[in-house]
Design a protein around this ligand. Structure first.
Ligand code: AMP
Length: 280
């Protein structure tokens, strides 16, 4: 049975007991409202470790004013059942006061990667992510932490954090899990009405089209991006935030698609801000 705890002290006790037996620990940080994307990370963590810890925390400091912090879906009971069926040993479900007690005033930041892609539209977002994940790493002290490619920029930033701050955690990325029609699974898909849900497949379609163009020998990033933009604009009610073609390590824009290249986009549909990406 999955245990549910709300304090860092209880997590440390669990981890210490596991370590005493010589066990390895896999960790999956989340904001909850689980879908198959989250479960795929838990499954891999269970395969590769003796114990799996999952955190569920909707982290207020990574949401800007006016973003969806209050609306973000919260469904602990269902999440617990789902995690249990994946063999998760411990869920850490802290309160905001547990993570940010009165007087809290230390933050983790970077200057380069967070200024790119989503970072330019969500100022302070990655600072909030780096801060909470560093705190969670310090509480759980996992051997390996698992992240999804859907949030590829987040993965790159956290990998950098782990190296720079000697956190001694192996930060891994796993493939994006998709719905049958290609839409990347996301807790934010819950915001979509039936028509918007159908329209939302345009992100994946644009990425597929980009991959096909590149496969067919097109190497102009500008032309690939223009074709993606055209495809998405055809769908009424979508607002493109960005479509970018960048080096998959530095996130610097490229003119020519060659080597490992990340094609990433953010699109608003109704109340939802959706992101997706592909590495070609
Ligand atoms: P979240 O709860 O949205 O903060 O996501 C928690 C973790 O699950 C992050 O590492 C995400 O990248 C990952 N994740 C979210 N959606 C997917 C997906 N569709 N496929 C794989 N991983 C995902």
């Amino acid at each position: 049975m999955t245990r549910l705890v709300e304090t860092a002290v209880e997590v440390r006790e669990f981890v210490a007991a596991c370590r005493k037996r010589g066990g390895s620990i896999g960790f999956v940080p989340t904001m909850g409202a689980f879908h198959e994307g989250h479960l795929s990370l838990m499954r891999q963590a269970a395969r590769q470790n003796d114990a799996v810890v999952v955190s569920i925390f909707v982290n207020p400091i990574q949401f800007a004013a006016g973003e969806d912090y209050d609306r973000y879906p919260r469904r602990l009971e269902k999440d617990t059942r789902m995690a249990d069926s994946e063999g998760v040993d411990l869920i850490f479900f802290p309160s905001v006061a547990e993570m940010y007690p009165k007087g809290f005033d230390s933050y983790v930041d970077q200057t380069d990667l967070p200024s790119k892609l989503c970072g330019s539209f969500r100022p302070g977002h990655f600072r909030g992510v780096m801060t909470i994940v560093t705190k969670l790493f310090n509480i759980v002290k996992p051997d390996t932490a698992y992240f999804g490619q859907k949030d590829y920029q987040q993965y790159l930033i956290l990998r950098r954090t782990a190296v720079d701050l000697n956190l001694d955690v192996d930060v891994r990325v796993l493939p994006t899990v998709r719905e049958e029609d290609g839409l990347a699974m996301s807790s934010r898909n819950f915001y979509l009405g039936p028509k918007q849900r159908k329209d939302a497949t345009c992100l994946h379609e644009a990425l597929e089209c980009a991959a096909k163009l590149v496969d067919g020998g097109e190497n102009s990033a500008a032309r690939v991006a223009a074709e993606m933009r055209r495809l998405i604009r055809k769908v009424k009610g979508t607002r493109v935030e960005y479509i970018e073609i960048v080096n998959s390590e530095t996130l610097e824009p490229v003119k020519e698609v060659k080597g490992r290249t990340l094609i990433a986009l953010a699109v608003r549909i109704g109340k939802a801000r959706l992101i997706d990406n592909l590495i070609v």
